[in-house]
Design a protein around this ligand. Structure first.
Ligand code: ADP
Length: 253
């Protein structure tokens, strides 16, 4: 959020944004499940110009033992921006921003994973931002959620996420980089579609109560579209495994 300048024109008279989208339109999203061989579960998400990889390990015995919880699994998330993910090289290592994002994403997943089924275990979720263009925490949640399902981690539901916000005094869905830089508000949201529960909600900038309600509704509606894409990615992954079956048979002969 760049201080909420309304001088820079981000939306034209016809309601079209710099990248050609309508105010309530998502950037194109592609999701692929099971892209990494060595992780227990994985997913790759392209969302506009964002490129995000998520990998999951576990549930496996938590080490060292003093971090174990005898009642449930420990869920750890590491969100990391690769050095080459933005135009100016990102300093490697966890900065304040990535520590915060890792924490809010871990809190979101602790609400949906049936952690009590795995006492003394640990589930590690790695989110690598290969290319960033605003909205990476939402893309990270979307990717991590598919990766967790791919790993077979029992969860209440998949977790779609999306941001809505405000620029040029209008509410907009899924802010791009320029909109994030000079817009007036950004409201990343992640939900559990089955229950309607909000598991991640942050806000940068300013909105009136009415704008907040409408922006939240916009992002929740978009989450339901993204939810379909997540399920579709898992269905495709499953279909691929089924098609692999004849090869397995051939090897056996
Ligand atoms: P999100 O990516 O979830 O929207 P932010 O609002 O903090 O999170 O960041 C918005 C965008 O700003 C990022 O997607 C990325 O394009 C850019 N950005 C974030 N951190 C850096 C950084 N250290 N250097 C350059 N650009 C960055």
């Amino acid at each position: 959020m760049g201080g909420g300048s309304t001088d820079i024109k981000l939306i034209d008279e016809k309601g079209i944004r710099l990248d050609g989208r309508r105010v309530d339109q998502l950037r194109p999203i592609k999701i692929e499940a099971g892209v990494l061989k060595n992780a227990d579960g994985s997913a790759y998400v392209e969302w506009g110009k964002n490129k995000v990889l998520a990998a999951v390990y576990g549930p496996r015995e938590a080490h060292p033992r003093h971090i174990q919880d005898p009642t449930r699994a420990v869920v750890d998330v590491i969100y990391n921006m690769c050095s080459f993910s933005v135009e100016e090289r990102v300093r490697p290592g966890p900065g304040r921003r990535s520590v915060e994002i890792s924490k809010v994403i871990a809190d979101a997943f602790r609400n949906v994973i049936f952690t009590e089924q795995f006492p003394r275990a640990k589930i590690d979720v790695y989110i690598e931002i290969l290319q960033a263009n605003a909205g990476t925490r939402c893309a990270g949640v979307v990717a991590a959620s598919v990766a967790l399902a791919d790993a077979g981690v029992p969860m209440m539901d998949l977790v779609p996420a999306c941001a809505a916000g405000k620029a040029n005094n209008q509410l907009i869905l899924d802010l791009g980089k320029e909109e994030d830089n000079v817009g007036q508000a950004d409201l990343p949201t992640a939900i559990v579609p089955k229950t309607g529960e909000i598991v991640l909600l942050q806000m940068d900038g300013h909105l009136t109560q009415d704008e907040f309600d409408r922006a939240l509704q916009m992002s929740m509606n978009a989450c339901m579209q993204i939810y379909e894409l997540q399920k579709d990615a898992l269905r495709r992954r499953y279909a691929t495994s089924a098609n692999d079956a004849p090869d397995t048979e051939e090897v056996r002969q």
